[in-house]
Ligand binder design. Structure first.
Ligand SMILES: [Ca+2]
Length: 190
């Protein structure tokens, strides 16, 4: 009888130890990630002030329950993308967080950077996608100023859909419509 008692005790102990394995973790198929204020389906733009493209993320666990109070990060896997500071936020009671990346892109030629972008939560990759990343802060100084205008001038009238300065993708030429977007972020800084 005593032996049976200890066996039962051991079973209970193992069950308790196993309990953490059932704790909530982010479950990507139940999560949702949507980019807003994008250039088009394949391109986003970052302003050092954080007022251009942004991402809304909903984190749910394996039971489809919203996870509140967890940190979500947006990672750009390219050294040319500079963030001021890291793009991250904490989910609300509905598991939702809006992240407005404050960013710049170090200009490396007229073609926009094609960047791998990862949304992470608690070391889990929620979603990975690839997009062109543009920025009116061409020299990654943290501010949109005269130095950036020089880069835009070099691209002026260039006909190239994926040009870094082609903020209006419906027209492949860099012209006044693109300049108005640069103007809208003029002197914005981190
Ligand atoms: Ca700049």
């Amino acid at each position: 009888m005593t032996r049976l008692f200890y066996v039962m005790l051991a079973v209970v102990a193992v069950s308790l130890l196993a309990a953490p394995a059932w704790s909530a973790v982010p479950y990507p198929p139940n999560c949702l990630k949507v980019w807003y204020s994008v250039i088009d389906d394949s391109a986003i733009a970052l302003c050092p002030q954080g007022d251009w493209s942004w991402v809304g993320v909903t984190i749910k666990d394996q039971f489809n329950t919203p996870m509140a109070g967890v940190t979500v990060q947006v990672l750009f896997d390219d050294a040319a993308v500079v963030l001021w500071p890291n793009a991250q936020g904490v989910t609300d009671i509905n598991g939702y967080v809006a992240i407005h990346p404050k960013g710049s892109v170090n200009w490396a030629g007229p073609v926009a950077k094609w960047v791998k972008i990862r949304v992470m939560c608690l070391a889990v990759t929620i979603e990975t996608d690839y997009r062109y990343v543009l920025s009116p802060d061409y020299n990654a100084s943290g501010a949109v100023t005269g130095g950036d205008f020089g880069f835009f001038g070099d691209d002026w009238l260039r006909i190239m859909l994926d040009c870094h300065s082609n903020f209006v993708r419906s027209n492949p030429q860099v012209q006044s419509g693109d300049f108005s977007f640069l103007g809208a972020h003029w002197l914005h800084h981190n």
